[in-house]
Design a binder for this molecule. Structure first.
Ligand code: GUN
Length: 292
């Protein structure tokens, strides 16, 4: 029977540490600030944005919310981003995805200053991630890597199979695992013989968004299973992309849904905002120390 990876407990511990660091930075004169931009009224996005605001408030980060109507034009959104780029109270800018169809997502993400890109979605930061250079790491993959480290799971030489090739999870987590010396396979909807690929995985990362699409019987004995899926199958029932009970019988470690990867995502957003504020604070100190 697998050990359950407790994302909720890890997130709780990390948030307490972030809170301490935020208070220290505030006492030195800088309060970290995060701007969250939501366009339209996608119900899931509204819930996430609300959770982000509450999480900021809990750790002492200034949260600046911008809730815009669905018909907001791209120009208007770009000019808001431009003003946030120049706002010294703001160290992180997050535009909640997905955006309404009439807005070009890539153009919006590229408009965010890479220095305030706490989601790690700007091509500059994506490029740095691929090159293995320090950068803002996208929050969900970052949370996964922290959980693996927390549970002492070393990826060196391991076969990691990522199912899903999104820009938000699949692609970045694959590169982060590569950076940790894993041998990485990325699978997707056109992959031939998915069960065969999954059977090879020492570490399986499922990020497809289809309820229990991966049967437990496909999992290799002793594998680590990271389930990124959050699928609502009934009013009060959330399930992952992996059949939990059957997978837990074969795996060595497994993340539950809810309470696995989910709580880590917002925690890493807080961490990235704190990091950005620290960099900005240090730059301010340095410029004040320079002889005139
Ligand atoms: N939509 C789903 N996940 C994310 C995320 O991590 N960041 C943003 N901005 N939007 C999302």
């Amino acid at each position: 029977m697998a050990i359950t990876i407790d994302g909720k407990a890890t997130a709780h511990k990390l948030r307490a540490e972030i809170n301490t660091e935020v208070q220290k930075l505030v006492s030195e004169g800088t309060r970290p600030g995060l701007a969250v931009v939501l366009v339209g009224d996608n119900p899931a996005s509204r819930v996430y944005v609300h959770m982000k605001e509450k999480a900021c408030c809990d750790v002492g980060i200034f949260s600046d919310e911008h809730k815009l109507p669905a018909e907001t034009g791209e120009k208007e959104l770009l000019s808001l981003i431009e003003s946030l780029n120049h706002d010294t109270r703001i160290h992180g800018i997050l535009v909640q995805l997905p955006l309404p169809k009439h807005i070009n997502e890539a153009r919006v993400l590229e408009a965010i200053s890479p220095e305030k890109d706490v989601d790690g979605f700007h091509p500059y930061n994506v490029g740095r991630l691929v090159l293995g250079k320090p950068t803002f790491q996208p929050c969900t993959p970052y949370g996964i890597m922290v959980l693996l480290k927390e549970y002492g799971i070393d990826l060196t030489g391991k076969e990691v199979v990522v199912v899903g090739r999104s820009n938000i999870v699949g692609k970045p987590v694959a590169f982060m695992c590569l950076q940790q010396h894993a041998t990485v396979t990325i699978c997707h909807t056109r992959t031939v013989d998915l069960p065969d690929k999954i059977a090879r995985a020492d570490v399986l990362i499922a990020a497809i968004g289809r309820p229990e699409a991966i049967p437990g019987a496909w999992i290799k004995k002793g594998a680590v299973v990271i389930d990124v899926g959050v699928n609502r199958i009934a009013e009060k029932k959330l399930v992952g992309d992996v059949e939990f009970e059957a997978a837990a019988e074969r795996a060595s470690y497994i993340t539950p849904v809810p309470g696995g990867v989910g709580p880590m995502t917002i925690t890493m957003l807080l961490q990235n905002t704190l990091l950005s504020a620290k960099i900005s604070h240090a730059a301010k100190q340095n410029s004040q120390e320079e002889p005139s």
